[in-house]
Design a protein around this ligand. Structure first.
Ligand SMILES: Nc1nc2c(c(=O)[nH]1)N[C@H]1C(S)=C(S)[C@@H](COP(=O)(O)OP(=O)(O)OC[C@H]3O[C@@H](n4cnc5c(=O)[nH]c(N)nc54)[C@H](O)[C@@H]3O)O[C@H]1N2
Ligand SMILES: Nc1nc2c(c(=O)[nH]1)N[C@H]1C(S)=C(S)[C@@H](COP(=O)(O)OP(=O)(O)OC[C@H]3O[C@@H](n4cnc5c(=O)[nH]c(N)nc54)[C@H](O)[C@@H]3O)O[C@H]1N2
Ligand code: SF4
Ligand SMILES: [Mo]
Length: 747
């Protein structure tokens, strides 16, 4: 069927004129890349190391690009002074050069055109592409108001396009890292402690004596500093307790593995709270001094005994009591880890609240080995005029739902892009930068409908990911190794600033996002918001405010500053939490006022029918979502995902190791591709597990195409959290198809 916005394969275009020679790439990484036509690789610096911070995930480890005399990037290593990585990058960061050398990269701007009745892209100059975007944005603003432009973003580029939209007059800026990721945890912790645990998390894992991981799979979740600190804690004898239906890497290093029936964590958490209170194990002094609502909580959990939880979680009551005692023995040097990707079952804010309450009962917040106070360097924005005030904003797309959403909810911005009767706030144009919505957003029908209704869809990316096929204009950003970017100023134990600068000039006709944003802004008459010629000017000005300079940072890459505030609560001090009353909220009046349970209650979730297994998913150490799926260095380490199946189930189905099968979900959706069977005792019999980010169906991703399966396509049941709009994705069940004849997948 022909639609207004057909999906276009970028591979069908001839991109020869600007392609890099395979020979150059082969020499750079020793990869076997086919020869294309010629280009040059011009060194900016010769035979030296150039500071950067990693963009392969959002831990942002500071490091060095090592550039040879001839301008090749030889390798990337960690910066020894960086407390976030301590000089060591993870496999993905080390393999980051593969993002730069990938021959499938986007190479020139592209504009959608119709040729002989077929939609296709044509290569365009930057001027053409930018003029086109500015003209469309102006037309949208004239007809619907500037608020009708929205941005979806993730990663460094997001900041420049947020600035562009704010200057244009829109606040409709959303990222899947909220509603699809950490939103429930941040909301749950803010409701309880008045603030979230941030990124990088302020968990004092290094000095903890007991770390409890609830589905948080550090080790496969390769967030660098946490992995290193957990390994240090284990060496020092810390007790690790892991709650996971799967024997994760973390579970395999733990003193206790609690193989919980998936979706029942709240029952366990309530039972732990019950034991801490009724066995008198909680930190009485701390709770009395810093918390409110203890009596209500005590009454609330009266009947939530480990015996009550047993029938729900399948975890033995003795084990629940024993582990509660371990936490209490270590307290306050204990951490019930808040997790990060917490959009699971739609009651996730309440689960996060229960985790926050457990931390409060143990007195972990503000104590060594628990949760510390972060400190960072505040760097002012480069001076610009005040942003205009939009007449409506993302809050209006909530239509009275999700009252405690503190950040824009991707799903409601998508919904507001579908025209409908009586809709007051309608979105007509999107900029999508650094997020592959097709793989990261589970509500596919809604997403497709929204994209078909837009007047403008601009995608800024480095790779021809699935989302690029829906764009009117595709803008190729250069990779993080080829550009200056905003300073890294994340707050943690020590305040630091880290610089990212280009190791080489951008390949092909690619440009940094700061430049793209400025060019569009100037065409929109917003030049006063971009009062500089080059981003170096911005960086130098900002660094001088912090007592450094670009010159200094180009030499050292990372600068540490002295802390001015304490890391933990000082003995005898009268610490005020950032809640309205200054106290920890065991009972949440804010939730109550918004019509929700003030204390967490158990919701029972549907379980799989016979012949179906719960689909759960997670990370692998050598990949980041879909962003590394085509990275040849990392594909070499892990080429595809496999489906983890319990031996009992495999036997029942007659499944063999390494056999390829298809997965079919409860609504009849069949995976695009087949997936290899991994038979292992490490997964419960009622669930199967796959790593997210595989199963790409876009052929221009020549390495990623057809490798493994994509969890997102099998997630058709989404359980939305009524508190903040998070999309719970773990209520899907799959069965196995062994003999489906392999069909050609159209991309
Ligand atoms: N089914 C399912 N869905 C999920 C998850 C899951 O586990 N399963 N995880 C959820 C979570 S935790 C998160 S945080 C989100 C993440 O979702 P996304 O933010 O969409 O993450 P990626 O898949 O990494 O997409 C990143 C995009 O950025 C592009 N990119 C990489 N580097 C650059 C750059 O320098 N500049 C630009 N402009 N683009 C770049 C990549 O090519 C890719 O298209 O997904 C969520 N969705
Ligand atoms: N290597 C690598 N590291 C990454 C990323 C990456 O892409 N690659 N992405 C980063 C990002 S953005 C995020 S948000 C984090 C996400 O990482 P985390 O927050 O650590 O983990 P989740 O994705 O929430 O959960 C995955 C784990 O939950 C378990 N699980 C599934 N269902 C249940 C259940 O009902 N109960 C319990 N207790 N456990 C369950 C799974 O078996 C799996 O071990 O990882 C970060 N680190
Ligand atoms: S954890 Fe790994 S991928 Fe993430 S920023 Fe650090 S080195 Fe890069
Ligand atoms: Mo995430």
């Amino acid at each position: 069927m022909r639609t207004r916005r057909d999906f276009i394969k970028i591979c069908s275009l001839s991109l020869g004129a600007t392609a890099l020679t395979g020979g150059v790439i082969n020499r750079l990484v020793g990869a076997n890349v086919p020869e294309t036509s010629s280009s040059t690789l011009r060194p900016l610096t010769g035979g030296r190391r150039v500071p950067t911070y990693c963009e392969v995930c959002f831990w942002k480890c500071a490091g060095w690009s090592h550039v040879l005399e001839n301008g090749q990037i030889q390798k990337i290593t960690g910066n020894m002074n960086d407390p976030q990585c301590k000089g060591r990058l993870c496999p993905r960061g080390t393999g980051g050069v593969g993002m730069f050398t990938d021959p499938d990269r986007l190479k020139t701007p592209l504009i959608r055109v119709t040729k002989n009745g077929e939609q296709t892209y044509r290569q365009a100059s930057w001027n053409e592409a930018l003029d086109f975007i500015a003209a469309k944005m102006k037309a949208i603003a004239e007809k619907h108001g500037p608020e009708s432009m929205a941005l979806f973003n993730h990663g460094s580029s997001g900041k420049y396009f947020t600035h562009l939209l704010n200057a244009f007059g829109s606040n409709n800026v959303a990222a899947p890292s909220f509603a699809q990721c950490r939103g429930p945890r941040d909301t749950g912790f803010e409701l309880t402690f008045g603030e979230s645990v941030s990124s990088p998390e302020v968990t004092d894992i290094r000095d903890t004596r007991c770390l409890v991981l609830i589905g948080s799979h550090i080790g496969e979740n390769m967030h660098n500093g946490q992995v290193q600190e957990m390994s240090e804690a284990i060496d020092r004898g810390a007790v690790i307790i892991t709650v996971d239906p799967r024997l994760s890497t973390a579970a395999s290093k733990s003193k206790y593995w609690l193989p919980i029936k998936p979706s029942t964590d709240l029952a366990l958490l309530l039972a732990w709270i019950h034991v801490l209170i009724y066995d008198g194990l909680y930190n009485k002094e701390y709770v009395e001094k810093y918390a409110e609502g203890f009596n209500e909580l005590k009454e609330h959990v009266k009947n939530y005994t480990p015996e009550w939880a047993y029938g729900i979680t399948t975890l033995k009551p003795e084990l629940v009591r024993l582990t509660a005692r371990e936490m209490a023995n270590a307290a306050p040097s204990a951490i019930i880890h808040p997790g990060r990707h917490t959009s699971w079952y739609g009651d996730d804010v309440q689960r996060s609240r229960a985790i926050a309450i457990l931390n409060a009962l143990l007195g972990t917040w503000g104590n060594r080995g628990g949760i510390f106070f972060k400190e960072g360097i505040k760097i002012p924005d480069f001076p610009h005029p005040a942003y205009p005030k939009p007449s409506w904003s993302w809050q209006d797309t909530l239509n009275g739902r999700y009252p405690l959403a503190k950040e824009a909810v991707t799903n409601t911005i998508i919904e507001a892009s579908i025209p409908g009767e009586g809709k007051e706030h309608i979105i007509k144009g999107w900029i999508v930068s650094g997020t592959n919505l097709i793989v990261s957003i589970p509500l596919k029908d809604q997403l497709m409908k929204a994209m078909q209704s837009l007047d403008l869809l601009v995608v800024v990316d480095t790779m021809p990911m699935e989302i690029t096929g829906y764009a009117d204009v595709v803008l190729p950003e250069c990779t993080y190794l080829e550009r200056y970017d905003d300073l890294r100023t994340t707050a943690h134990r020590e305040p630091t600033i880290a610089l990212r600068m280009p190791a080489v000039e951008p390949l092909y006709d690619t440009k940094p996002a700061w430049w793209i944003s400025k060019q569009i802004g100037e065409r929109l008459g917003l030049g006063s918001y971009y009062n500089y010629k080059d981003f170096r000017e911005v960086l130098d000005w900002q660094l001088k405010q912090a007592g450094s300079s670009l010159k200094e940072m180009e030499q050292i890459g990372l600068k540490k500053f002295d802390r001015k505030t304490p890391v933990y609560i000082l003995p005898g001090s009268d610490y005020k939490f950032k809640t309205e009353s200054g106290k920890i909220q065991l009972y949440s009046h804010e939730l109550e006022a918004a019509g929700f349970d003030p204390m967490p209650k158990l919701t029972l979730h549907p379980q799989p029918e016979e012949g179906f297994y719960r689909l759960i998913y997670g990370r692998a150490p050598m990949h980041t979502f879909s962003r590394t799926a085509n990275n040849r260095n990392l594909v070499a380490l892990m080429p595809e995902n496999s489906v983890w199946i319990n031996p009992q189930v495999a036997e029942l189905w007659g499944l063999k190791k390494d056999q390829y099968i298809w997965l079919k979900n409860q609504s009849g959706v069949i995976s695009n591709f087949s997936v290899k069977v991994r038979i292992t005792e490490r997964i419960r019999w009622d669930s199967v597990y796959i790593v997210h980010g595989f199963g790409h169906h876009h052929k221009p991703l020549t390495y990623a195409f057809g490798r493994g399966v994509n969890d997102t396509e099998l997630i058709s049941n989404v359980m939305v959290d009524p508190v903040m709009g998070g999309t719970g994705m773990r209520g899907n069940f799959v069965t196995f198809i062994k003999d489906k004849s392999k069909k050609e997948v159209k991309s």
